[in-house]
Design a protein around this ligand. Structure first.
Ligand SMILES: [Zn+2]
Length: 286
């Protein structure tokens, strides 16, 4: 089972009330355009490719790299189990196969800073598999308020994009971690990004940069618009009252506490499959 020394846990437990679940960079114009295209296509019931995407079932080979922080080795079995359980419960069609797990001793890679030469050095050294394979890095993050971050998929990724591809999560977000984010669902959230999903409260940078109520939002038809991230588990929250639907506070792509989260929607599941097939499954890069 999970075993992390208390010195690691204490470093994050005091931040529980000030954390930002996710440090993923804002989505690019390119992936916004793809989401817009697929949203329109999925809403066209005559599109034959929809039927294929609905039935897609695929296993994603997964490689895990644990940057050691004076902690005991972490048993990843439970964590991959959480990924599989949660993606199966929402009928996404994705399963995750833990191919390998390595413990890494390198002081220079601790407290990784997103976008830094340090991150590129670490990932260039450790990353394995193809663009369709998932690499998860368990590491502390330089901004101590962030639980994890991920890269969105891209068309025709260059070598740097490929090297940086993957998911980073802090050790305390693993199952057994402390505080409201200790059930392992940060990984589920970040893998959602890796499979292209935006936040449920995603603001439209052109139409409505300060609120998710207006504009394109997350380009998913069955996630009601949401003004801003939820926290804890605010039942009945309705941050966009003039738009139908309560906030999707139980959605993995919101910021509610782990105990509150239990859903990808059908629309999100379909979009993940569509994007995976378009951007990752057929990618020629290694
Ligand atoms: Zn996120």
């Amino acid at each position: 089972m999970l075993s992390i020394k208390s010195s690691v846990l204490l470093g994050f437990s005091s931040l529980a009330s000030a954390i930002t679940r996710c440090g993923s960079a804002p989505p690019s114009d390119a992936i916004r355009a793809l989401h817009s295209e697929y949203e329109a296509e999925e809403n066209s019931t005559s599109a034959p490719e929809n039927r294929d995407r609905i039935t897609l079932s695929t296993t994603i080979d997964t490689y895990v790299h644990i940057i050691q922080h004076e902690s005991a080795p972490v048993d990843l079995t439970a964590r991959i189990s959480v990924l599989n359980t949660r993606f199966a419960d929402s009928n996404t069609g994705f399963m995750f196969n833990l191919v390998s797990q390595q413990d890494v001793q390198n002081d220079n890679w601790r407290n990784v800073e997103p976008g830094s030469p340090q991150e590129l050095d670490m990932k260039s050294t450790l990353r394995q598999g193809r663009y369709r394979d998932l690499n998860i890095y368990v590491d502390t993050i330089s901004d101590g308020s962030i639980l994890g971050y991920a890269q969105f998929p891209e068309e025709n990724p260059d070598s740097t994009t490929l090297a940086l591809d993957g998911v980073v999560v802090i050790p305390d977000s693993l199952p057994g971690g402390t505080g409201p984010y200790g059930l392992g669902l940060t990984t589920v959230h970040e893998v959602g990004h890796w499979l292209s999903l935006f936040h449920t409260f995603q603001p439209d940078p052109i139409v409505s940069p300060d609120s998710g109520c207006n504009g394109a939002g997350d380009y998913i038809i069955d996630t009601p618009a949401e003004d801003s991230p939820a926290s804890a588990c605010p039942e009945g929250r309705d941050s966009c009252p003039i738009i139908p639907g309560l906030d999707p506070i139980r959605n993995y792509m919101d910021y509610s506490g782990d105990a509150c989260l239990d859903q990808f929607t059908m629309g999100q599941a379909m979009r993940m499959r569509t994007m995976f097939m378009a951007l990752r499954a057929m990618s020629p890069v290694k």
